[in-house]
Unconditional design. Sequence first.
Length: 332
Amino acid sequence: MDWIKKNPHLLVLVLIALGALGASVMLVTNASGFSEKFQGVQQNVVKGTKVYEQEKQTVEKAEMEFQKPAEWKAGDENGSLFVSNSYMIDPKLQKPMSPNVGSILTDSLTKKPIPNALFFKNKLNPLIKGIQYQDPDGDGFRNEDELRENTNPNDKASHPPYYTRLFVKKYVRVPFLLKFQSADYDPKKPEEATFGINPVTLKRPTQFLKIGDTVAGTKFKLQSFKPNLVTGADGIERDLSELTLLDTEFKTTIVLIKDKITDSPESFSDFLYLWPTPPIQFQVKKLGVFVLKPEIDQKYKLLDINEQGAQILTPSGETVTIPNLPAGYPPF
């Protein structure tokens, strides 16, 4: 103990020497087993033959997204990457609002508002003055016509039917020359029924005829009879029986209502056709056939005409109503 107290520096040297000796022994021991630790890594790897199926959908989707060019999507259809969307001042709230809502313009035919969104849907700007009267695709139909009929104003092949530009300008009524005045009819003995026929424009006596007889001095023959008693809302029963006459020359029929003057087939309509401009005016007799440009090979037929408008038969076999020309229309 006295030696240690007197020579502490020698003790430190001895301890260091022992530590170095121990470390050397450990290093030699680990080095001798080094190759054994990495023996498994050094062995040749046997190549596998099994191919595992990979999930392709995610990869294919990522590849498709990568190939798509980047697109700028504005708030509405009149905006772009460098130009702001259009705004207008709300007349009530006095603050900016998107014109994509509400309605700025009115249809000059129907007098109904045209939704702003309908303009933007078709790449039209309702803020442009007179936009509803323009014809960007040059098909002869203005924007308001195409929006009203739900066609594409930017596609010449998409347009409303041509008859939508046809209007009744004037109805000229010609009374039929015969009036169904009376009926002596027994349902149990219909073959013995007689019918009173009065001339409307000629001063001749009443003719009493049976089915199959021809009205004297005319080309019309009695073809059939249909009794029809109708009770109105006022509780009064009215005789609206129908007598059908056959035109023996043209093989057409006309129905007479008891005690009523019927319009003659000679009644006609003055039509105004607004495709294209300038407007075209022409006359058509009841049951007459006519054509509309540019489809001059397509035939229309005037079925009926009265104060409310005209009923026509289209080339496709559809019956449509042609309205009277509104006052002040067209506005151009």
